[in-house]
Design a protein around this ligand. Structure first.
Ligand SMILES: *Cc1c(COP(=O)(O)O)cnc(C)c1O
Length: 350
């Protein structure tokens, strides 16, 4: 067999997932929920398990209706995917394949870039300024799609909605996509969702069940935006990409508002505690509105080794395009104690 991948695929580095700790409390490399899924999810899964001999609902009608109600839009303005990642791939295929262009930040969310490269598109990366998207510079670039991740991954920084409104009105790229994977963790009153822009048909907003809803293992994300755009994606997607269990779990998770509120308040509280711990050890933290904190260290490998010793696995900044930093997911109380242990006698304190 002669193995000859298409030449443009050579530019793609294989994905390296976040490491897992032996003790789950120390697994702080993948921005998973510190609380886990709603207790209503296992029941929903058990019920749905009885029908797994049937194909899933290709249109995810119940979930889509529930999401449309949640966001005050019509069901035609919602498209559900196998994680946000599938939807990002579909966007690249539909709107940037074979020589199109996407615009994103540098560093960007990896899938935005990878999906574009797979589709044979070119990628314009615009450096962050003060760890935040340079919206003015990004708006000036022509492109088929422009991605703004708000709050950003891996920095956790956020632009206010007013800035996004101005960006969407002025940007030269044809389709602005606001990735709001972490918006549910924002506590800054200015850092609110861009969903009204999606409802008005001016942008696409991307959301996921992987973060605040704690369903990363089931793979559900969704796009809200103009139905003309979504119907193109609907036309090319694999019809059964969102499986029966995932659809049922997402509906159950969405209905459990109390659980979601608890995940929010625990994350906000422990984010403050994590930042206090890191700062009192002399480490600078980038202001975060997400469920992780990017901390700046003069010795990335040394700091990672310390965390490792204490049973914590965090994400090396050098894997994420920000060498000299470490990204730590906001932990529960047990994980926080491990981080505290790793910081005892941290050199910067002396
Ligand atoms: C975690 C994350 C997502 C979610 O991806 P899924 O495929 O839905 O799990 C989307 N965008 C960003 C920037 C993320 O960090």
């Amino acid at each position: 067999m002669k193995v000859e991948p298409r030449p443009w695929l050579n530019a793609i580095r294989p994905y390296v997932p976040g490491e897992r700790a032996v003790d789950g409390d120390g697994s702080l490399a993948s921005n998973e929920s510190l609380l886990g899924a709603s207790p209503a999810v296992p029941d929903a899964l058990a019920r749905a398990a009885r029908t797994v001999h049937r194909y899933p609902d290709p249109l995810a009608v119940s979930l889509r209706d529930e999401l449309a109600r949640e966001h005050g839009v019509s069901a035609e303005q919602v498209l559900v995917g196998n994680g946000s990642d599938e939807l990002i791939y579909l966007l690249s295929w539909a709107f940037a394949a074979h020589g199109g262009r996407i615009v994103c930040a540098d560093p960007c969310y990896r899938i935005d870039e990878t999906s574009a490269l797979v589709a044979g598109a070119t990628v314009t990366k615009v450096p962050l300024v003060d760890w935040r998207h340079d919206l003015d510079a990004m708006a000036r670039h022509e492109g088929d799609i422009v991605y703004v991740v708000n709050p950003h991954n891996p920095t956790g920084t956020c632009h206010p909605r007013t800035a996004l409104e101005a960006f969407v009105d002025s940007c030269k790229a044809k389709i602005p996509v606001i990735d709001e994977a972490y918006v549910d963790f924002a506590d800054d009153p200015e850092a609110t969702t861009a969903m009204p822009l999606a409802a008005a048909g001016k942008a696409l907003v991307l959301r996921t069940f992987s973060k605040i809803y704690g369903l990363a293992g089931l793979r559900v994300g969704y796009l809200v935006g103009p139905s003309e755009v979504l119907s193109v994606l609907r036309g090319i997607r694999a019809p059964f990409s969102v499986n029966t269990l995932a659809q049922a779990a997402a509906v159950a998770a969405l209905r459990d508002k109390a659980h979601r509120a608890m995940a929010y308040s625990m994350t906000v509280t422990n984010r403050r505690r994590l930042i206090r711990l890191l700062e009192s050890a002399g480490l600078r933290c980038v202001p975060s509105q997400a469920n992780f904190v990017l901390t700046v260290t003069p010795d990335e490998p040394g700091f990672l080794a310390r965390l490792h010793q204490a049973g914590v696995r965090a994400r090396p900044g050098s894997d994420l395009g920000v060498a000299g930093t470490v990204r730590i997911t906001v932990p529960g109380d047990a994980g926080l104690r491990k981080v505290a242990a790793a910081l005892e006698d941290h050199p910067a304190m002396r």
